[in-house]
Design a protein. Structure first.
Length: 254
């Protein structure tokens, strides 16, 4: 790895990696280490790692290290300045309304706030910043990947409907929502390697019954919201456009 240099893009101290191998793809970036990211943001290294693991801050794994593109850091800062994110309960209710699902037991304040957000400007930035789930990166036996996915509800690019998602992107690890109880059962049964530097399945912890009962694939609105943090800008744009379209349609028939 090269010596720290000054990035012309952000002025931040970066570590230059002219060639990096990630998932079979070759990248040429000036990448920042988490220590540098935490110093830049004025947060602890543990907090920076949590942001990377959750996907709130786009980051990549290189061996045992997390690295961040300075442009992704700049975008995170911009999102952080854009106001408070909606609460997880409100974010899930927004996605439920866009999916045609509304629980009669929903808190009236949460339901009111969700509707107000949908009647306002684009909800994309608010959904991007909301923390709707916790995430686990697992390495399991290849034969066990389908076992994990069979216990949950598929989301991510593999679950996106081709009527709105026409991006041809490199194959990514599968992502699925699982109930907390199922996650614990699978941990005991399969013994996955957790927080792996080379995960082959991503597990999202969800307590939303309507998502977990959706069938094999999550509803379109949920899939699009989950893709807002994808590292590929083409994927993010497709997700943004679809959510804007769903919001416009909902406004026509609230």
């Amino acid at each position: 790895m090269g010596q720290p240099v000054r990035s012309r893009r952000t002025g931040s101290s970066v570590v230059e990696r002219t060639v990096a191998k990630l998932g079979g793809e070759t990248y040429s970036y000036d990448m920042m280490l988490l220590d540098q990211v935490s110093e830049d943001l004025g947060i602890s290294r543990r907090r920076a790692q949590a942001l990377a693991r959750s996907g709130e801050l786009r980051a990549k794994r290189l061996g045992s290290m997390w690295v961040v593109d300075p442009e992704d850091l700049a975008e995170y800062k911009l999102r952080r300045r854009s106001g408070r994110p909606v609460s997880p309960a409100v974010a899930w209710h927004i996605l439920g309304l866009l999916s045609g699902v509304e629980s009669p037991d929903m808190d009236r304040v949460v339901a009111f706030r969700a509707r107000q957000h949908l009647l306002g400007d684009s909800i994309v930035a608010k959904l991007r910043r909301s923390r709707r789930y916790s995430r686990d990166l697992w390495r399991v036996l290849p034969s066990d990947v389908e076992v994990v996915l069979g216990e949950g509800v598929l989301t991510g690019a593999a679950a996106a409907d081709r009527s709105w998602f026409d991006v041809v992107a490199p194959a990514a690890r599968p992502v699925a929502y699982l109930a907390p109880s199922r996650i614990e059962e699978i941990r005991l049964r399969l013994g996955p390697l957790e927080d792996s530097a080379d995960p082959n399945v991503e597990v999202l912890n969800s307590v939303e019954p309507w998502v977990l009962q959706a069938g094999e694939r999550a509803p379109d609105a949920v899939v699009a919201a989950d893709l807002l943090l994808d590292p590929d800008p083409r994927v993010r744009r497709a997700a943004e456009h679809h959510l804007d379209s769903l919001q416009a349609s909902w406004k026509g028939h609230p």
